[in-house]
Design a protein around this ligand. Structure first.
Ligand code: PLP
Length: 298
């Protein structure tokens, strides 16, 4: 089945979608993005994702000319063309074209470019093996990792470095030597009766799944904490997992080649993942689908 893509309101097969060579996203990674998924056709947590898109735009000083209604219209129109059972939706907003291949913001023409991909939802990993790598997650004082920008080369190379070491994903440290996150997901550990994830100030993306998970755990009376984590903390944890839109909860079996947890704790994380997924499916059906359709209605 063909993948479809919406470029500035025009839906075309993905293979025919193009951006000009003077696009600043292409030239400099001068862009932001979001990934949203559907659950039984509903656009899950779209408000949270669009809010984060606006935060990312603010983080790089980019004005967004589309309101939520128009963004939803474009997403839903692209999804309808793509006709997948469940959709992976990627929204990319670049700072648009420049008048020259120059980093100078004064050469930007001032009109952003909006691209929406709709593809079939990929399967989530069932066993994650993490490798702590030497490369640092960009420090908050550089490009804030809370900005979901098109500047993903650090993560691209981090993932490649971990794969070369035989792992399936990387785990970044920050300048203080604490753990931050994996290449495209947040980190959680379970120790005794406590669920711990690195705080936002460690230099991470404020994951939508991470926030939903923290709330869901707390609503169930669990002790869920945001605090700095060291390598020793993950190696001695009862269980480790990652969270993201595309995977919900993915159990981690190894860190730096060492087993973390055991068969029982891995099973526990898988059960937790199924319960959390069921919670998200219910939330999507109750809030996200009907609301998105109503807002985007002509
Ligand atoms: C670096 C990074 N951290 C965490 C996440 C997880 O965020 P979310 O739960 O919003 O998908 C992502 C998702 O793409 C990511 O790229």
């Amino acid at each position: 089945m063909a993948n479809f893509c919406n470029v500035d309101g025009r839906i075309v097969p993905e293979t025919e979608a193009v951006v000009p060579v003077l696009d600043r996203g292409f030239l400099f990674g001068d862009s932001i993005y979001e990934v949203i998924r559907t659950r039984h056709g509903s656009l899950f947590a779209w408000r949270e994702h669009l809010d984060r898109l606006r935060d990312s735009a603010k983080g790089i000083g980019m004005a967004l000319s589309l309101d939520d209604t128009e963004i939803l219209r474009r997403i839903l129109a692209t999804m309808q063309t793509a006709a997948n059972r469940e959709h992976y939706v990627r929204i990319v907003v670049t700072r648009g074209d420049g008048t020259a291949p120059s980093i100078d913001l004064r050469t930007a023409t001032g009109r952003e470019r909006w691209i929406v991909f709709a593809r079939a939802l990929p399967p989530a990993p069932t066993d994650v093996r993490l490798q702590i790598i030497g490369r640092l997650r960009n420090d908050r004082r550089a490009l804030d990792p809370a900005v979901k920008s098109g500047n993903y080369l650090n993560n691209v190379l981090g993932l490649a470095e971990a794969q070369q070491a035989g792992a399936t994903d990387c785990l970044f440290l920050n300048t203080q030597g604490f753990l931050t996150e994996a290449s495209t997901s947040n980190l959680f550990v379970v120790r005794r009766d406590e669920w711990i994830t690195p705080p936002l100030h460690a230099g991470i993306l404020a994951g939508v799944t991470r926030a939903l998970l923290l709330k869901w755990l707390r609503d169930h009376g669990e002790r869920a904490t945001e605090r700095d984590l060291s390598r020793d903390d993950v190696l001695s944890a009862d269980a480790v997992f990652t969270s993201s839109t595309l995977r919900d909860v993915a159990p981690v079996s190894h860190v730096d080649g060492h087993c973390v947890g055991n068969a029982t704790t891995l099973d526990f994380v898988r059960r937790l993942g199924s319960d959390f997924t069921a919670h998200c499916d219910r939330r999507a059906a109750e809030h996200d689908g009907p609301d998105a359709l109503a807002l985007a209605a002509p």
